[in-house]
Ligand binder design. Sequence first.
Ligand code: FE2
Length: 424
Amino acid sequence: MDVVIRNASLPDGRQGIDLAIEDGRIAAVGAALPLHGAQEIDAAGDLITPPFVDAHFHMDATLSYGLPRVNQSGTLLEGIALWGELKPELSQQALIERALQYCDWAVARGLLAIRSHVDICDDRLLAVEALLEVRRQVAPYIDLQLVAFPQDGLLRSPSALANLKRAVAMGVDVVGGIPHFERTMAEGAESVRILCEFAAGKGLRVDMHCDESDDPLSRHIETLASESNRLGLHGRVAASHLTSMHSMDNYYVSKLLPLIREAGVAAIANPLINITLQGRHDSYPKRRGMTRVPEMLAAGIDVAFGHDCVMDPWYSLGSADMLEVAQMGLHVAQMTSQQGMRACFAAVTETPARILGLSGYGLEVGCHADLVLLDAADPVEAIRLRAARRMVMRRGQVLSEAPRADVRLALPGRPERVNFRLGR
Ligand code: FE2
């Protein structure tokens, strides 16, 4: 075998497991495998997981915080206006450099698949060209999926539809949208229909920013689910944000969730961003803004957590850490049961892998040997500690290594030194 990893714990609770790797794929999984690896890695009982997956990101805006100024109000709308100020100043080279820097951070965090929206409303399609180049450059180590995103509105921005079609022709993978930013509810619904028909005709997936507001009467998710049903797009459509659902009438939601389930539409919440951008027009009590995650999971809907933004016009923090995203999602949704916390881990690993349609993802024999070794015993501890990524592997090759969180204390009044692993 090329590599054998010894004594790992797995997310499903199995312990003392060896994984054998050959030709970039998992060749065997089991206790005390009688196989020798050219390279042997001791997991020492720690957790091995398939890589983190971010189902919702904006790589064209990342690491641009402060350019040309910061978002004073903290609202989504000022963020969009600020991005509009920045757009004419963007250079392709700077976009590529920032995106590649982010991808380095991502690898170190064990984040090896990212779905990034790319704004297509600039007629030059500068960001599209830049991120297609980034996708090409990072392909050996990150699966980067691009969504053609009409940030200024499909119908509101005169050239958006033509630009979106150009972007898809250039190789962008997924059709995006932003119905709540169109001028009227009717135009929002019309944009959903146009985009879903275009995607169906091209055999593409759909991922729309949908109902990203605190408006309890925003209804674009209903239209999106209905279009998914009508066009047979089941399993190929994702609705990102859905923050209005936080504020919707409970009876209406009881009717809506079965429709989303029936339509095979997945949901992507973005906990860090939703909790900071939403509720800005409230005094007290302030709404949390994040969509109804446990309720959707209970209804059988796939729900992933995305990072959405890192150091950009909408969000000043972040570092490509999907365990930070899961931790915030867990808190905001109050998913504190063992089952709930494990669901939060799944929301940054296997669920977004399914939404992106990644092939060969997982820990079964035959899957790609894409693995992360965490300084934690299980998924709950990984979230609690935002555990160090001891080792990140892609196709059997180690891409990144980091030390455990080892601590040595020398305390006044205590003669002995205290050595331990932080939080364990
Ligand atoms: Fe977004």
